[in-house]
Design a protein around this ligand. Sequence first.
Ligand code: FES
Length: 108
Amino acid sequence: MTSHRVIVDVPGREPGHISCPRGTSVLRAMVAAGLRHLPVGCRSGGCGVCRIRVEHGEYTLGRMSATQVDDTAAAQGVALACQLFPTSDLRITPLRPTEATTPPEENP
Ligand code: FES
């Protein structure tokens, strides 16, 4: 089975590394690997707790609530890890809820 390597960068922590099989969401692969770099909520693209930014790599997305990730954010690489399916190796960064909708310079 084809797998892709996913690196999870969290400031102040060692990066997490997982292998994500094709057709498996990044969040599911993280849970299976015991990697606790992201909160786990609904697992269906609705609650937004698993919001991340893709820093590098190719992927497809499942259904995501537009309330959690609008088209503009999605075009900038924001995604929900439970709906993120790698098609190449990826590097991702978890986001706090406000970081997905507010430019970094406007965060307090
Ligand atoms: S766990 Fe709820 S949107 Fe991903």
